[in-house]
Design a protein around this ligand. Structure first.
Ligand code: 3EB
Length: 344
């Protein structure tokens, strides 16, 4: 393998298919596994995303591969692997463990614990910079003790950033936060040794500056993160939805929400290309994941995605609850690395 293809994405791969032997000499840094029954134990860090899969319809996995020698370990609750430049890790916190403090909801405590564990692992392993985080939590839009659960999650997340001496505005990681039906809070991440370059969207208020209408604490994420490693410039585009300024546009209209979402994606890509010119603005080279709240909307979402991304892009879809009850669809992407494995 040349130094230019250090990190690769192999996806979507059927869960019941055997892993290709050796995977061209590369090693598995980590996995995101999509499907309702996510029970298989993997020897490498595996983020279980307990969602109905839409395309591919059968449970599938996204494998992050590295052609470098890997280190593996556990620190506290975090299971990680790293290749010297990039670290992938997962942590799972069951809310049932978090009933101590009456003033804070169990999900808030679980979020704070998850992020404290992540930051402790980053310190220990020597990857100070959190680049990209995936957050999956059960019943994200349910109201508990008068507060939407996503908002409780945001309190715990931000408290952990503060407790660990990390800024919660500015160069914060790219992220996605989605709702699943049941299970634990599942958090997966990439971290690096070099600081990330945070990308914001000129059409949107930075999420870390959302006003209090969306909860007592703002979400802690950037619209995208660029990581400059020796051999690669990686781009992680956060979950992107039909939000302009700080407001949801087109409630109830999935086609209009998709058009708005794609305009936001374009704006983020243009901004990323301005900051990191070698990335370009091509959508086709990226690996896309669409989260659809109601499976009946899949054909509408799919038609617009195919039109926008072209036939070459890899796009997969799962059913998940978006973090505002009025959002019907959200998309995320990664790029700057080869994508293998075909299309949904
Ligand atoms: C938004 O733009 C839609 O809380 O980590 C997108 C990406 C969203 C990440 C997060 C939330 C998060 O506000 C929701």
């Amino acid at each position: 393998m040349s130094a230019g293809s250090r990190l690769r994405l192999l996806s979507p791969l059927a869960v019941d298919a055997a892993l290709p032997d050796g995977i061209d000499g590369a090693m598995v840094l980590g996995e995101l596994r999509f499907g309702e029954q996510c029970v298989v134990e993997a020897s490498f860090p595996c983020l279980r995303v307990r969602v109905p899969t839409l395309a591919p319809a059968k449970p599938w996995r996204a494998l992050w591969l590295s052609d470098r020698v890997l280190d593996e370990g556990r620190h506290g609750r975090v299971h990680y692997r790293h290749d010297g430049e990039l670290m992938f890790g997962v942590v799972s916190i069951d809310e049932a463990e978090c009933v101590g403090e009456v003033s804070a909801s169990a999900l808030q405590q679980a979020a704070e614990l998850a992020y404290r564990e992540v930051f402790a692992a980053l310190e220990h392993v020597g990857f100070p910079h959190l680049l990209r985080v995936w957050n999956y939590m059960p019943r994200i839009n349910e109201i508990e003790h008068g507060v939407e659960r996503y908002r409780s999650f945001n309190i715990g997340r931000q408290d952990a950033f503060a407790a660990c001496g990390r800024a919660s505005i500015g160069p914060v990681p790219a992220a996605s936060a989605l709702g699943v039906r049941e299970g634990a809070l599942e958090v997966g991440f990439f971290a690096g040794r070099q600081p990330l370059v945070a990308v914001e969207n000129p059409r949107q208020v930075s999420a870390y500056h959302y006003p209090e209408d969306y909860g007592p604490r703002s979400p802690t994420f950037s619209r995208a993160a660029v990581s400059r490693c020796a051999a690669q410039e990686l781009l992680f585009i956060s979950g992107t939805a039909s939000i302009v300024g700080h407001q949801t546009l087109h409630p109830g209209d999935v086609a209009a929400q998709m058009r708005e979402t794609l305009m936001n994606v374009d704006a983020v890509l243009a901004e990323a290309a301005r900051i990191a010119p070698s990335l370009g603005t091509a959508r086709a080279g990226l690996a896309w994941l669409g989260y659809v709240r109601d499976p009946v909307d899949l054909p509408t979402v799919r038609a617009q995605m195919s039109c926008a991304m072209g036939d070459e892009a890899q796009v997969c879809y799962v059913q998940a609850d978006v973090c505002r009850a009025d959002l019907l669809v959200e998309v995320e992407a990664s790029g700057g690395h080869p994508v293998q494995g075909g299309k949904a």
